[in-house]
Write a protein that binds this ligand. Structure first.
Ligand SMILES: Nc1ncnc2c1ncn2[C@@H]1O[C@H](COP(=O)(O)OP(=O)(O)OP(=O)(O)O)[C@@H](O)[C@H]1O
Ligand SMILES: C[C@@](O)(CCO)CC(=O)[O-]
Ligand SMILES: [Mg+2]
Length: 328
């Protein structure tokens, strides 16, 4: 079995606006998805994913008409749950030229699904890396990131940026603007995460912002203003100015809220963190529910969040210096 892992991420700045060409700064964190891949001697794909919200399942199916998975859930739920992995394996077939190869794939993940911590990107990066290595091809990080991006682009109907996948593949703090992806020097940041136990639909939320942007000039301006916040944030990051980072994160959250992607529980956690003395707090990722990210070197924010109704989990996250990790 060939095993790779890849980290999740938080956005310090710039989610959603990055889809329209503004810059964003995500930062990889030490929570990982591990994917094990073994070549089969037929062309089927068998996926074992215990951490999926379908209560854990094992599916066995091939590419032919009678290859419907042997599992008793609705087709739409199944497609939503399996499409990132399916599409990642398609990239493996494409890049290696082995169009008919089959695999057993096992996924274990510490990243909550649909919660803004980039579970899809981590699973896709780890799956493509392990899948290609299982066939004797080791991809350079840039190509791995590009293939993973194409996967997210396909699954999210053309509404994806390179930010999540580049960050997960390379690790550290990164800056992504269109197809320009680079690593940033980042100080050790005191990252605290609050999780409401829920999830948001990335595709729907992105479509919502797109609609507002098309309908109102001021919504398009709001997206551009996020870009200005990001550019200021980059300078604060380079200077190691955590106070300024916090102020700008607060501003970024306000703009995301105006664009309709926050939620009551995300706002409640953001305010709990601010009241506890965090330098700043904002939602991370697509929003709608899921996680906030705050900066606080003390224990106050984590403690306050753990007593906040609606916050299911609060934890400190370390920056993941390493992106994809080749384990076996
Ligand atoms: N442990 C896992 N096993 C199998 N598939 C997974 C796993 N984790 C995530 N996925 C895939 O990723 C999808 C969730 O991706 P989605 O983009 O909606 O959320 P996210 O990446 O966690 O959050 P965001 O994109 O906002 O950071 C799941 O529906 C599933 O297809
Ligand atoms: C909302 C979004 O900006 C981030 C999701 O983690 C979508 C994307 O960049 O593909
Ligand atoms: Mg995602």
């Amino acid at each position: 079995m060939t095993v790779s892992s890849a980290p999740g991420k938080v956005y310090l700045f710039g989610e959603h606006a990055v889809v329209y060409g503004e810059p964003a700064v995500p930062c990889a964190i030490e929570v990982r998805a591990r994917v094990g891949v073994e070549r089969r001697d037929d062309s089927k794909l068998r996926v074992h994913a215990d951490d999926l919200s379908l209560d854990g399942f094992t599916v066995e199916y091939g590419g032919d008409a009678d290859g419907r998975p042997d599992i008793d859930v609705s087709e739409s739920l199944l497609v939503a749950a399996t499409q990132y992995v399916d599409s990642a394996i398609e990239q493996v077939r494409d890049v290696t030229g082995e169009e008919d190869v089959g695999f057993d794939v096992t996924i274990e993940s510490d990243i909550p699904l649909g919660a803004g911590l980039g579970s899809s990107a981590a699973v896709v990066v780890a799956a493509i890396d392990a899948g290609t290595r299982a066939l004797g091809t080791t991809l350079e990080p840039a190509e791995l990131a590009e293939r993973a991006y194409r996967t997210e682009y396909d699954v999210q109907d053309g509404q994806a940026s390179r930010a999540d996948t580049f960050c997960s593949a390379t690790g550290g703090a990164v800056r992504v603007e269109g197809d320009d992806c680079r690593s940033l020097d980042a100080p050790d940041l005191p990252i605290v995460i609050g999780f409401d136990g829920g999830a948001g639909e990335t595709g729907e939320l992105v479509a919502g912002v797109r609609g507002l942007r098309e309908e109102y000039e001021f919504a398009a301006d709001t997206v551009e203003t996020v870009g200005d916040v990001v550019r200021n944030g980059e300078q604060a990051l380079a200077a190691g100015d955590v106070e300024e980072l916090g102020r700008l994160m607060n501003f970024n959250h306000g703009l995301l809220s105006a664009l309709g992607v926050s939620s009551r529980s995300l706002d409640t956690m953001v305010w709990a963190a601010r009241d506890a003395g965090a330098y700043g707090a904002k939602l991370t990722g697509a929003g709608g529910g899921g996680c906030i990210v705050a900066l606080d070197p003390t224990d106050e924010t984590e403690t306050a969040l753990s007593f906040t109704p609606g916050c299911e989990d609060a934890f400190r996250a370390e920056l993941a210096e390493e992106g994809v990790r080749r384990i076996e």
